[in-house]
Unconditional design. Structure first.
Ligand code: GRF
Length: 199
């Protein structure tokens, strides 16, 4: 007997990415599996991104909605796709564009983001990628970590769902710290999705 649940029973997640998609891969490996009650129904990137290939390998529909176009048109196209996919949750997993307020309004408490620091510290505009970890090291912090939060109208300001601390070591480079934090991101993102969707 197959353990696969019929599609209609499954909760649906749309994942938004801008880059390599290791967080997406973690969601694929740990959640997007036949015996689970959830599926990644689409992956959307705002630019060409390696993560799209990860989606293709799993036959997950994937699209680029190019960030270089007019923001209103981007938003319309995105909302059109959401009408088709009807997600229960939208996950920003390394997604670098700011979403239009119309999207935030329509999907209140249904969009989450992963950030590589202990918010509210080291969040906001310009705080992405290695910038975050360089700032943490420069400030002489003893610990950093990662945060999953709901997305609201601000940048990295929404309600915190889960955080995980990571020690900053004396000989850390931004790259080394980034990698150790990324390993924890992969875990708490999955935990947060499970918590929200009650899986
Ligand atoms: C992660 O550090 C995430 O916190 C940040 O962007 C990075 C994306 O990594 N928002 P990946 O594309 O999931 O590998």
């Amino acid at each position: 007997m197959s353990l696969e649940k019929p599609n209609t029973m499954k909760k649906k997640i749309v994942v938004l990415i801008s880059g390599g998609g290791t967080n997406l891969q973690s969601l694929i490996d740990r959640l997007h599996i036949p015996e689970n009650n959830v599926e990644i129904c689409a992956v959307i990137a705002d630019r060409p991104a390696y993560g799209l290939q990860r989606a293709s390998e799993q036959n997950i529909p994937n699209f680029i909605i190019d960030r270089k176009q007019n923001k209103d048109r981007w938003t319309q196209e995105f909302l059109g796709k959401m009408d088709v996919f009807q997600p229960d949750l939208i996950v920003l997993a390394g997604f670098l564009s700011i979403l239009h307020p119309a999207i935030i309004q329509r999907y209140k408490k249904k969009i989450i983001n992963i950030h590589p620091a202990l918010l509210p510290k080291y969040g906001g505009k310009g705080m992405y990628g290695l910038n975050v970890h360089s700032a943490v090291i420069k400030a002489g912090e003893k610990e950093s970590g990662c945060t999953v939060h709901f997305v609201d109208a601000g940048v990295d300001t929404g309600e915190i769902i889960l955080q995980r601390k990571v020690e900053v070591l004396p000989d850390d480079s931004p790259e080394k710290l980034q990698q150790r934090i990324l390993n924890e991101e992969h875990k708490i993102l999955v935990e947060a999705v499970k918590k929200i969707l009650q899986l």
